[in-house]
Design a protein around this ligand. Structure first.
Ligand SMILES: [Ca+2]
Length: 125
């Protein structure tokens, strides 16, 4: 029977399980100390859990831009409202999945094509 309020597990059976689901903020080494008991004697037990970092899914918020005719807009990574909880992550690439109905979206003055992967900045003319 588990007594979670006192962080004490009174009886462990084959179906008893200790479980935790660490988050990205808990990516470190955790030292766990236990006291094991047979109800008469006890012994200390220590173990370490190392939470390994995984690549969490990035997020992005949709946006809209207004561009005056006869002008262009140069997009930077900041225009894509990109966030990634993983330390050191940055926007690596993007894929154009819909092209503008009129005009051209260019990369280094060359029209981009549908589903083209882009590794750097782009400008719309
Ligand atoms: Ca990530």
């Amino acid at each position: 029977m588990a007594d979670y309020s006192n962080y004490r597990i009174r009886k462990i059976t084959q179906t008893t399980s200790l479980r935790g689901t660490p988050t990205n903020a808990e990516v470190v080494e955790h030292n766990i100390s236990l006291t094991l008991s047979d109800a008469v004697t006890s012994v200390d037990h220590n173990f370490t859990i190392t939470v390994a970092n995984v690549n969490d899914l990035l997020t992005s918020a949709n946006a809209s831009f207004t561009i005056d005719e006869d002008n262009s807009k140069t997009f930077t990574a900041n225009d894509f409202n990109f966030t990634d909880i993983d330390a050191g992550s940055s926007l690596h690439s993007l894929v154009i999945t819909t092209l503008p109905n009129a005009g051209a979206l260019t990369l280094s003055d060359v029209n981009v094509t549908l589903n083209q992967a882009i590794l750097s900045l782009l400008s719309m003319c």
